[in-house]
Write a protein that binds this ligand. Structure first.
Ligand code: SAM
Length: 281
C-alpha cells in the first residue's frame, strides 16, 4: 500500500500525489515543509500541505514567469524576486547574461536551506551566482522600504493564505509599482482561475487602478491542477506590444535553451479564454 499526499487547497476539489519516498517533513519557522519523491514528477516541495514546485513540471512556471517579462522588456538589468525560496525562479532569471543584479526576498530561510539540500535540481547553482543577493524578510515590508529601480519584479509567492496573504493586497501592489524603474514590469502568480477566480479578479482590479497596461497571461502546469494558471502583468511601458520578430531576436541573443517558452508561446499566452476574460474588471 503506498501513501498518498492530498492537497486540499480548494473547498470542493483535491488532488493526490503518490509518495514513493518521504525525504523530509518538518516545520520551519513559518510553515510545514515536506519534500517527497513521486515517480512521475520527481521530488515535490509542499508548504502547509500545498504543492509549491516539482522537479518534473517547474520549468513551465519558472520559464513563463521570468522569460516573458525579461524578453518583453528587452533591457532588464535589475530584477526583484519576491518569494522564490526553491531557487527555480532565480535559476531562470540568471540565465540572462544581461541581468546584472537579482534581489530575492524570501520570508522563510528554511525553504532556501531545505531546497538547497533536497532540491538541488531546482536552483542548479543559482544560489552561488555572485549576481544574486538574498534577503530574508517579508516581501511586503521590503517593498515598502526599498528605493526600487527594478526593471522586472516577479512575485513567486505561495497562495493568499498564511505568510503569502500580504503579497495579494492593493497596498503591496501599489508599493511594487513604485519600486519599478520607468518601463518596468510586475508579474505575479495568481493561481488557477477556474478554481480561484476571485483571487485573479481582486489582483486585476488593483492593477487596473495602478497601471497603464494591465492584464494576465496563462500557462498550464500539471500540478497546479484545475486548468491554466494566471500570471498578473502590470506596467506603464509598452513591453506587451513587442512583436514576434523582436522576441525571436532577443530569445536567440539570450541563448536560452527552454523546454516550454518560445516567442510564439509568449505572445499566445496573452490570448485569454472567455471565462478568464470575464474575471477581469
Ligand atoms: N510556485 C509556487 C506556487 O504557486 O505554488 C510558489 C513557490 S514557493 C517558492 C513561494 C515562496 O514564497 C515560499 O518559499 C514562501 O516562503 C515565500 N513567501 C510566502 N510569503 C512571503 C512573504 N510575505 N514574503 C516573502 N516570501 C514569501
Amino acid at each position: 500500500m503506498s501513501e498518498w499526499f492530498t492537497e486540499k487547497l480548494h473547498r470542493d476539489f483535491a488532488q493526490s500525489l503518490r509518495i514513493e519516498k518521504l525525504h523530509y517533513d518538518s516545520k520551519t519557522e513559518h510553515q510545514r515543509l515536506r519534500v517527497f519523491q513521486n515517480p512521475t514528477f520527481g521530488r515535490i516541495l509542499t508548504l502547509d500541505d500545498v504543492v509549491q514546485t516539482t522537479e518534473g513540471d517547474n520549468f513551465i512556471y519558472h520559464e513563463m514567469m521570468s522569460h516573458v517579462p525579461i524578453l518583453a522588456h528587452g533591457a532588464a538589468r535589475r530584477v526583484l524576486i519576491i518569494g522564490g525560496g526553491d531557487g527555480g525562479m532565480a535559476r531562470e532569471v540568471l540565465r540572462h547574461a544581461s541581468v546584472e543584479h537579482v534581489t530575492m526576498v524570501e520570508i522563510d530561510a528554511g525553504v532556501i536551506e531545505f531546497s538547497k539540500k533536497y532540491l538541488p535540481n531546482l536552483s542548479q547553482g543559482a544560489f552561488d551566482d555572485p549576481r544574486l543577493e538574498l534577503v530574508i524578510a517579508d516581501g511586503a515590508q521590503f517593498i515598502r522600504e526599498t528605493e526600487g529601480g527594478f526593471d522586472v519584479i516577479i512575485v513567486d509567492s505561495t497562495d493568499p493564505i498564511g505568510p503569502g496573504e500580504v503579497l495579494f493586497t492593493d497596498t503591496f501592489y501599489g508599493h511594487a509599482r513604485r519600486a519599478l524603474a520607468p518601463g518596468g514590469i510586475l508579474v505575479t502568480q495568481n493561481g488557477v482561475p477556474f478554481l480561484q477566480g476571485q483571487e485573479l479578479t481582486n489582483t486585476m482590479r488593483a492593477f487596473k487602478a495602478l497601471f497603464a497596461d494591465w492584464t494576465c497571461y496563462i500557462a498550464t502546469i500539471p500540478t497546479y491542477a484545475g486548468g491554466p494558471m494566471a500570471f498578473g502583468w502590470g506596467t506603464d511601458g509598452e513591453a506587451r506590444k513587442v512583436d514576434l520578430e523582436t522576441l525571436k531576436a532577443r530569445h536567440a541573443a539570450a541563448g536560452l535553451a527552454c523546454d516550454y517558452y518560445t516567442p510564439e508561446v509568449h505572445l499566445a499566452a496573452f490570448a485569454l479564454p472567455g471565462y478568464i476574460q470575464r474575471l477581469l474588471p
